[in-house]
Design a protein around this ligand. Sequence first.
Ligand code: HEM
Length: 512
Amino acid sequence: MIQILQKLKLSTFDAFILCLILFVSYIIHLLIKYPDCAIGARHRKDLVGPKGIPLIGNLISLIKRKTVVQYEHELANKYGSNFSFTALGQGRVIVSNDPRTVEHVAKTNFDDYPKGEKLYKISYDVFGDGISTVNGPKWKFQRKMISHLFQGKNFRNLIYTSVIRKSKAVINILKEHADIEKPIDLKDLFSRFTIDTIGDISLGEDFRCLTHPDEMSQFVTYLDVIVFGIFGRFENPFWKFTEKYSKKGQQMYKAFKYIDDYIYNLINKHKSQLEVDRDSVKNLLASFIEAVDDNGKKFNDKELRDVVINLILGGRNTTTLALSWTIYSIMINQSVENSLLQEINMILSAEMPIPSYDDIKKFQYTTAVFYETLRLYPVVPMNGRVAIKDNVLPNNIPVFAGELVKFNAYSMGRDEKIWGEDAKKFNPKRFLESEDVLKPDQFKFPVFYAGSRACLGQHLATIEVVILVVLMLKEFKFELVPGQKSPPEFKEAMTLQMKDPLMTKVSYRTKK
Ligand code: HEM
């Protein structure tokens, strides 16, 4: 540019005026191209939604939001099931809370909506090439191996034994609180339960979060550091730079290294043990080390690390939140608690105080309570994919390559068009009275996602929630400590987090 100006032999003042004209023309060009949407987003008159500001779209409303879920839910209340907005850095977002859209994205046109490059790059340090973020053959291989293992009898025994053992530890903690009438933060207790359970199932490790809460395992502490760190990257386009020069960033890098070393050490330890005696270790990591696909291919060490960390992270937070929202929903619905107790007393007895594996499926009402909770409080409240080619949604909305098609499971769960007039009411029986008892249409109820990439841990999560809820309710009554917000406020995150602790009074059902 400077060379061109020199060749034109313009004075400094003329050059300045020329640059100014060019700059202003460019801005005018952008303003014409993006009159009400963010730079990079296609200007579209055919979609309804909040009017955007030229060049930045709806960025300011998004910044001022409480949480993105609530922002989108307010828009759904105003504009209906289908609407759109844009934001600088995000491009165009098309929200379509229509079961047909979920089916289109998750199943029918699956190949046109892969997991995005941005997600892969931002979370590579943690998820690596694990199932949650990859596409194509890498995803297929892991999906096949994991589902195969998860369907086996060994896995069944492993999860059952582990969940029962860890649930008993929870009951012991609750006894301590009930004895001295000391309230407990159930959200924190569930988080310790889920990490101890998934640590046991996947690695054979006892993180001792239930038994020794004051000596927090370094692995667990660093796990939280990386989860929050990665979430921060989605909000900060300059993360690569800021992490390099911030204390928080340095702590994250330390955490990545620690977690990697920890898992690689365990892989080596497991391999040595398995060489000596194949039956000496029974956990998911051991099973993955031994697993072979149809072509005789085994997981290499990097794949083992990735698969294990993906399962730990995929299953921990989600189940913690599911348990917290379930117990909260029970506490505020007395008639639901009564029906639960009726079911528990019908299946369990003084001689059989603990459900066997086969008993679990008898707890139909309890499972319905879990589903009903997820309908109103889906712990993965929003989901979506960027289209890689032009498409048309079943409701005739065109989608252009690069646009993000989203559905908001929180809004869908409260939509009368989907769930009828009592959509906002907590009514677990709806999952029992419908034709497909406890097998809700996954496109209408996409809380575990749907189609080929539906959650692989649904069964495990259901077992964890049903067993723990049954054992807890059988022995104790739970009440919200007064003065807390009900329903609890949300905290901005990828999952539907409660902002504050869930302080709860615990008392014995029968006087000791
Ligand atoms: C209530 C508890 C849970 C909920 C609500 C839940 C929800 C979900 C959702 C919405 C997805 C799709 C994510 C996406 O692709 O955008 C997913 C995927 C997945 N979940 Fe879960 N999950 C739960 C528990 C678990 C557990 C306990 C595990 C295993 C330890 C697990 C393992 C997975 C895996 C491996 C995937 C990836 C599947 C694939 O991409 O093919 N989940 N889950």
